[in-house]
Design a protein around this ligand. Structure first.
Ligand SMILES: NC(=O)c1ccc[n+]([C@@H]2O[C@H](COP(=O)([O-])OP(=O)(O)OC[C@H]3O[C@@H](n4cnc5c(N)ncnc54)[C@H](OP(=O)(O)O)[C@@H]3O)[C@@H](O)[C@H]2O)c1
Length: 376
């Protein structure tokens, strides 16, 4: 694959940055799309080894077909990574919060709770953090919720179809779509005692009913991608990572890393002590390249490594770093499913130990000044 040109969408994001770094180290030439090439948050990309020779940044919003086409033209393959990723917090109904925050004149920052149930705080709902402050000031609450849906679902779904259409037009050999395990995990008819594999799909009605807009955005996007590939013959593979942790390459902190920071620092809001499947961001980048490069790879690939409850993660972290506050307030979650990455492992994928991911994450946060120790 030495010297082959590929496009990576959303190149400056958390997972995409590790992917770009890996691809450069393997000799690929990259057209990376970012929404603002001049924004300093993308500067880290320019500092990667071989970036000055082999990385070209293109300004492209996934909702702008022409911009995408420019970046994809001349490439052999595409990694479509860009998609809005919200935060994860248990909050009361944001409509109630909205008016309370308005009265206080405070900045409104609500991040959604991921797949949580009705709890003592009321009915938690998901909202996108995008432009929330501005939205809160200028919109009514129902339009706020509408905007949240639009901000997440449209870029995921329309963005994916734009990418695929450009790929067809250009004659791209293979497209790898970064999907998510959330497109698998919400299925009410899957047998409770059976490990979930790639044949399982989240049910759209369930995602709608639970206002899981992120899950819905990813599920609609991946489903549409498969339909498009079936119709046109475009060579598509998808990878569905679970919860991704590990050190960051970019200067801004992404949503899942913010959640880990919250776990370590502790927050006053309860967190759902559900079974997460953690996977290291560097192992995700490896998986993406492996699936892309393996000619016989086909279909979907779950990329999930370590099933663990949050309280287990905290126990592990505390044994290594006793001097943080840690989250103490939890709510419970219903029956949990386990995910299998056997299909990915048959291609040769291996995941590093969870301890290594946790230690590297904490060391990164410490060096970045994002953690304050408390007296033991
Ligand atoms: N982190 C996880 O645990 C996890 C797990 C499973 C799947 N995933 C998937 O992995 C991918 C990357 O996520 P991440 O964790 O690396 O999050 P991230 O750092 O927030 O990256 C998301 C990227 O999407 C870009 N983006 C969002 N809306 C866009 C638009 N309209 N046009 C162009 N670019 C847009 C963002 O660009 P800007 O910088 O311009 O905002 C950013 O580069 C996503 O598809 C996500 O669903 C993540």
């Amino acid at each position: 694959m030495e010297g082959k040109k590929i496009c990576v969408t959303g190149a400056g994001g958390y997972i995409a940055s590790w992917l770009v770094k890996l691809l450069l180290s393997k000799g690929y030439k990259i057209n990376g799309t970012v929404r603002d090439p001049d924004n300093e948050k993308n500067d880290h990309l320019k500092k990667f080894d071989m970036a000055s020779e082999n990385l070209q940044l293109f300004k492209a919003d996934v909702l702008n077909y022409g911009e995408l086409f420019e970046a994809i033209q001349g490439c052999e393959g595409v990694f479509h990574v860009a998609s809005p990723v919200p935060g994860f917090k248990l909050v009361p109904n944001p409509e109630a919060l909205l008016s309370a925050e308005h009265q206080n004149g405070a900045i409104l920052l609500i991040l959604h709770n991921h797949q949580c149930q009705k709890g003592s705080l009321g009915d938690p709902v998901e909202v996108s953090p995008c432009d929330l402050e501005v939205t809160a000031l200028s919109h009514g609450s129902s339009s706020l919720l509408q905007k949240c849906k639009t901000d997440m679902i449209t870029p995921a779904l329309t963005g994916t179809l734009n990418v695929l259409k450009a790929c067809s037009e250009v004659g791209i050999k293979r497209v790898l779509l970064v999907s998510s395990s959330v497109t698998i995990l919400r299925n009410s008819s899957w047998p409770k005692d059976r490990v979930m594999d790639e044949s399982c799909w989240s049910e759209e009605h369930l995602l709608r009913e639970t206002k899981h807009w992120y899950g819905l955005s990813k599920t609609l996007a991946e489903r549409a991608a498969w339909e498009y590939s079936k119709k046109t013959g475009l060579n598509l593979v998808t990878v569905c990572p679970s919860m991704v942790y590990g050190p960051l390459l970019q200067s801004t902190v992404n949503a899942t890393s913010l959640m880990l920071l919250d776990i370590i620092k502790g927050t006053s809001e309860p967190m759902v002590d559900k079974l997460w499947h953690f996977v290291d961001v560097r192992d995700v980048a490896d998986a993406l390249l492996l699936v892309y490069e393996t000619a016989e790879a086909s279909g979907r690939y779950i990329c999930a490594a370590h099933p663990s409850y949050l309280h287990e993660i905290i126990t592990k972290l505390k044994s290594i770093y006793p001097n943080y506050k840690y989250q103490q307030n939890f709510t419970e979650f219903g029956p949990e499913y386990r995910l299998s990455s056997e299909k990915l492992k048959t291609l040769g994928w291996k995941a590093r130990p969870l301890e290594e991911t946790l230690v590297d994450s904490v060391e990164f946060f410490r060096q970045a000044g994002l953690l304050e120790e408390v007296a033991a």
